[in-house]
Design a protein. Structure first.
Length: 267
């Protein structure tokens, strides 16, 4: 899962007759990625917009979500807040948190009733970006509506997803964030601009990339759905994850390529 490791060990592994496989899913890449991929028998990624999707040896894989862990909670210990919107992820410009905040500002300007939470930490290099976002939150009058929280370990995220109605992800199509599918598996209304999902989920969950006005429009639609419409649509999202991106499906596909025997049979 690291092209540098392939570059460091690739020649030696080849000399010892070892097959090399790399998992790399990101919109960016370079000639370094190309060299590392040349050593590999197969390259895996989840997005057809990943830099590595261009190779003939690349195999598109399921995202791999543990749908037994990420599930709609029926327990009374988790209280879902009506008209609540969630962003969960690293605070970085690539995650486009600033555009999310601008969209929330448009909702407030329209008089839409909502509450929002951002969960995530910024790396040292992204702290100035984070400070600008917090300042912009105050300028837009969102201080009492939008709350910032520290990042949390993955095992705590199902409860956070389940306490919100809507999850928003703004990452580019080349990244295919796993949080999108975790939220879907929890039957949250999931709004994204990821082009991999076009034609696979209802258009009501898609917005134009980097367009805060379109995000706001789609949020208004989701917020004003009837409870029955919300239940029906959120159920279709979990069904999509179960049939296309669950962890067992990923395991089966990986076994096909990683445990191949010399006589071309599979374990």
């Amino acid at each position: 899962m690291n092209q540098e490791y392939v570059l460091l060990g690739g020649i030696f592994w080849k000399l010892f007759g070892k097959k090399i496989y790399m998992w790399r899913n990101h919109y960016s890449g370079s000639f370094i990625t190309d060299i590392a991929s040349a050593f590999c028998a197969k390259v895996f990624c989840t997005s057809k917009y990943s830099y590595t999707a261009k190779y003939k040896k690349t195999v598109l894989m399921p995202v791999g979500v543990d749908t037994d862990k990420f599930i709609k909670f029926k327990s009374s210990k988790v209280h879902k807040i009506n008209n609540s919107i969630l962003f969960l992820g690293r605070i970085a410009s690539s995650k486009k948190v600033d555009i999310f905040v601008e969209a929330l500002g448009l909702l407030k300007k329209q008089g839409i009733d909502f509450l929002a939470d951002i969960y995530g930490d910024a790396s040292p290099k992204d702290i100035p970006y984070f400070e600008k976002i917090k300042l912009r939150t105050q300028e837009l009058g969102l201080k009492t509506i939008l709350k910032f929280h520290d990042g949390v370990p993955n095992y705590q995220t199902p409860e956070i997803y389940n306490s919100h109605e809507i999850f928003v992800n703004l990452s580019s199509s080349g990244m295919y964030d796993k949080t999108i599918f975790e939220a879907m598996a929890c039957e949250r209304l999931t709004l994204t601009s990821n082009l991999n999902l076009k034609g696979n989920i209802d258009e009501v969950f898609l917005f134009k990339e980097n367009d805060e006005e379109d995000i706001a429009r789609q949020l208004v639609i989701l917020l004003t759905l009837s409870p029955e419409e919300k239940r029906k649509l959120s159920g279709t999202l979990r069904a999509f994850v179960l049939s296309h991106h669950n962890l067992s499906l990923l395991g089966d596909r990986m076994r096909k390529y990683l445990r191949k025997l010399d006589n071309n049979r599979y374990l």
